[in-house]
Ligand binder design. Structure first.
Ligand code: HEM
Length: 123
């Protein structure tokens, strides 16, 4: 169950959807809806990290350095999603956080699909 990447992919896809739902609801002024989707998203952060960490502990001996970078980038994606949401709630500028989020996300997707377990689009 935790050796393959299916569960991990499911958790981060749902996480990304929840993130965009929370951003969209916040932009359209639906504070309560945005708050609820943000709360559920926080639960998904734990599931993403849990399934990612399980993959890491099972497979990282294949290439400890690259798996370490994947771990770090994955955590950064979560960190920047949280920063975007919290800063927009406080009315602070989010431009830099969006750029960092997109860069971290692209790096995570590239490395995830490059590493040997699951899909290998870039090998
Ligand atoms: C939103 C954040 C994240 C995204 C978008 C993401 C994306 C991905 C993708 C696309 C894959 C490849 C799936 C496949 O090839 O079938 C993957 C695999 C993996 N992820 Fe993540 N991930 C995220 C967070 C994390 C976190 C937080 C960790 C560590 C705690 C982590 C650890 C791993 C590991 C170890 C693999 C297996 C790599 C391999 O294919 O050999 N990920 N992830």
């Amino acid at each position: 169950m935790f050796e393959t990447t299916h569960l991990h992919i499911t958790t981060w896809v749902i996480g990304l959807i929840l993130f965009f739902v929370a951003v969209g609801l916040h932009k359209s002024g639906q504070v309560k809806g945005s708050k609820i989707s943000h709360m559920v998203l926080r639960l998904f952060y734990l599931l993403i990290i849990g399934t990612g960490a399980a993959l890491f502990f099972i497979h990282s001996s294949i290439d400890p350095a690259l798996y370490g970078v994947k771990f770090l980038l994955g955590v950064l994606v979560i960190g920047f999603m949280e920063m975007v949401l919290v800063r927009s709630k406080k009315g602070k500028p989010t431009g830099v956080m969006w750029i960092l989020l997109i860069l971290a996300l692209l790096g995570t997707l590239y490395l995830g699909f490059r590493l040997p377990v699951g899909f290998n689009f870039f090998m």
